[in-house]
Write a protein that binds this ligand. Structure first.
Ligand code: NAP
Length: 488
C-alpha cells in the first residue's frame, strides 16, 4: 500500500451497501482519519472502507501480543475454532457476498470459498485436540541407555501473517486457524485489495471467544506496517503468501526468524495420448477458469500430446464457451472479473505479445474493464511470456509435446515448481511424472490445485522454499519442538 490510503474518488453507492470497517490492535478498533476505500473491480462502486493503521499501531500490536502470559488450553483453542466454524456456517452468504463484492469473483466461487474456510476451521479444531509429542527409547543401540526422550511443541511468541487477494477468506483462514490451534498470537496483514473479508473473519474470531491479544489486523502504508513487522526481531515467524517478487524481498529483509513463503506458480496440466478426452477437457477448463484463473495452482499451461491435439482443442473450445463471464453477483456467472483493470490489461498484453510470436486466439480475449473472457490460445511458443511467467487470469494457452521426455522437460523448464496435473491411465507414465517433475505436488487425473485443507501444500523453486502449509504442516510451523529426557 502506498503512503496514503485515501482514495481520490468519492463513493457513488448507497451508504447501506458500504461496509465501514477498522483495523484492530488486539481487539481494539483503530481510530484513524486515514480512510481507505475498497472498490468493486466489476463496477468500481465503493463496497467498503477501512480505517487504516500506522507505525504506532504496529508497535502497539506487537507489544499487546507479547504482553500476555495466559496460555489457552487445548480445549479452549478447540472451542474457539469450533464456535468460529459454526458462526461461519450461519453467515456463509454474508461472507460470500463480501468476497464477491471486493474481489470481483463470481458469487458461486465465493460460496465455494466459504466451504473451504469451513474445512480449515474444522480441521484446525480437530488437530488442536491431538497430542503432538513423540517418544524415543534410548536403549536401542550398543551405546544406548535406559532413558526416554520425549518431544513437545510450544507455541511461538508471535507470528506475522501476510496474505494475497486471490482467496480473500481462505488464505487468511489458512494462516490464522493453525496458529490459534497451537496457541501462537498473530498479527495479520491482509491484501489491501481484499481487506473487508479478512477483517470480518477477525471479528468473527473475537466473537467466537478468541482472547484479543491473540490477534490483530493491520493495514496501512507498507513502510509503516508490513515492512516493520517483517523486520522486527521480536517476531518469531513471517508466514507469507503472495508474489515471488514480494516473497523474495521478505526473505532478504526478515533477518533471524522463521520465514514461510508460498509464492506464485505456472502449473501445467499434461495430457497424454492415452487420456480420456472428456476428463482432460473438463480438468483443463476447470483448472484454467475457476476463480477467474486466479489461483496459485490454476492451470497456466495446457500441455497436450501432439497426436491428440486437434481432437482436444475442438472439444476444449466448446467446453470453454460454457464458462460464462460477467456480473459477479449473478448466480449464473461462472467467471467474474480479475482483481482489477490493470491486471486485465496486463493479461491482454501477454496475449497480444504471444500472437505477435505466432500464437492464435481461438476463443475469447475480449476485455471490458476488469472482465476478461476465458481465452483459448493455441500454437503458443515455448518462450512466450504468457507461459514462462505467471499469468494470473482466465487464459488457457495450449502447447504440444512429442513424448513423455519432452513433456517432462517442458513442464520443468520454468522457474516455478508449485503443482501439476496429469491426465493419463498409463501407470508407467504416472510414476515417471511423480518421480521426475520438479514440483511440490503431482495430481494424476486431477487439476493441479486438488488438495484437502489439511494435506501438505506448497511448492519449490520460485514457488516456495519447500516448507509446506495446509493445516497440519502450518501448525508445525507455528511451534518449536522442545525435547526432554528421563531415566526409564
Ligand atoms: P502480492 O502483491 O505479493 O501481495 C501479497 C501481500 O504482500 C499483500 O498483503 C501485500 O500488501 C503484501 N506486501 C506488498 N509489499 C510488501 C512488502 N514490501 N513487505 C511485506 N508485504 C508486502 O501478491 P498478490 O498480488 O496479492 O497475490 C497474488 C500472488 O499470490 C500470485 O503470484 C499467486 O500465485 C500467489 N499465491 C500463492 C499461493 C501459494 O500458496 N503458493 C496461494 C495464493 C496466491 P498490499 O496489498 O498492501 O500491497
Amino acid at each position: 500500500m502506498s503512503a496514503t490510503g485515501t482514495a481520490e474518488k468519492k463513493s457513488t453507492t448507497k451508504s447501506d451497501a458500504v461496509l465501514n470497517m477498522h483495523c484492530y490492535v488486539a481487539g481494539k478498533k483503530v481510530d484513524s482519519n486515514n480512510i481507505f476505500e475498497v472498490k468493486s473491480p466489476y463496477d468500481k462502486r465503493v463496497v467498503g472502507t477501512v480505517a487504516l493503521a500506522n507505525a504506532t499501531h504496529t508497535q502497539q500490536a506487537i507489544d499487546a501480543a507479547l504482553s500476555n502470559t495466559k496460555k489457552l488450553t487445548r480445549y479452549e483453542r478447540y472451542a474457539i475454532l469450533e464456535k468460529a466454524r459454526n458462526l461461519l456456517v450461519e453467515r456463509k452468504e454474508e461472507f460470500a457476498n463480501c468476497i464477491s463484492a471486493e474481489s470481483g469473483l463470481a458469487i458461486r466461487e465465493a460460496i465455494y470459498e466459504t466451504g473451504r474456510a469451513h474445512d480449515v476451521l474444522m480441521f484446525a479444531a480437530i488437530e488442536s485436540l491431538k497430542d503432538d509429542g513423540q517418544i524415543f527409547s534410548c536403549d536401542i543401540s550398543p551405546s544406548g541407555k535406559a532413558r526416554k526422550i520425549f518431544t513437545l511443541r510450544e507455541p511461538l511468541s508471535l507470528a506475522v501473517c501476510i496474505t494475497p487477494f486471490n482467496h480473500p477468506l481462505n488464505q487468511v483462514a489458512h494462516k490464522i486457524a493453525p496458529a490459534i490451534a497451537v496457541g501462537t498470537p498473530v498479527i495479520l496483514k491482509p491484501s489491501e485489495k481484499t481487506p473487508l473479508t479478512a477483517i470480518k473473519l477477525v471479528e468473527l474470531l473475537y466473537e467466537a471467544g478468541l482472547p484479543h491479544h491473540m490477534l490483530s489486523v493491520l493495514l496501512g502504508p507498507t513502510n509503516e506496517i508490513a515492512e516493520p513487522l517483517v523486520k522486527d526481531p521480536k517476531v518469531d515467524i513471517v508466514s507469507f503468501t503472495g508474489s515471488v517478487a514480494v516473497g523474495k524481498r521478505i526473505a532478504a529483509t526478515a533477518g533471524y526468524k522463521k520465514v514461510i513463503l508460498e509464492l506464485g506458480g505456472n502449473d501445467p496440466i499434461i495430457i497424454m495420448e492415452d487420456a480420456d478426452l472428456d476428463t482432460a477437457v473438463y480438468l483443463a477448463a476447470e483448472g484454467s477458469y475457476r476463480n477467474s484463473g486466479q489461483r496459485c495452482t490454476a492451470v497456466k499451461r495446457i500441455l497436450v500430446h501432439e497426436k491428440i491435439k486437434d481432437a482436444f482443442i475442438e472439444k476444449f473450445v466448446e467446453k470453454s464457451k460454457t464458462y460464462i463471464c460477467g456480473n459477479p453477483s449473478d448466480p449464473k456467472t461462472v467467471v467474474g472479473t480479475v482483481i482489477d483493470e490493470a491486471s486485465a490489461i496486463y493479461l491482454e498484453s501477454v496475449v497480444k505479445k504471444a500472437v505477435e510470436q505466432g500464437a492464435k486466439v481461438l476463443l475469447g480475449g475480449k476485455r471490458n474493464g476488469a472482465l476478461l473472457e476465458p481465452t483459448v490460445i493455441v500454437d503458443v511458443p515455448r518462450n512466450a511470456d504468457m507461459v514462462v511467467h505467471e499469468s494470473f487470469g482466465p487464459l488457457a494457452p495450449i502447447l504440444t509435446f512429442k513424448d513423455i521426455d519432452d513433456a517432462i522437460a517442458l513442464s520443468n523448464s520454468t522457474a516455478y515448481g508449485l503443482s501439476s496435473g496429469i491426465v493419463t491411465n498409463n501407470m508407467q507414465y504416472a510414476l515417471r511424472f511423480v518421480k521426475e517433475l520438479k514440483v511440490g505436488t503431482v495430481n494424476i487425473n486431477e487439476v493441479p490445485g486438488y488438495r484437502i485443507e489439511s494435506s501438505p501444500f506448497g511448492g519449490i523453486k520460485d514457488s516456495g522454499l519447500g516448507i509446506k502449509e495446509g493445516v497440519i504442516e502450518a501448525m508445525k510451523c507455528f511451534t518449536f519442538v522442545k525435547t526432554f529426557s528421563m531415566p526409564w
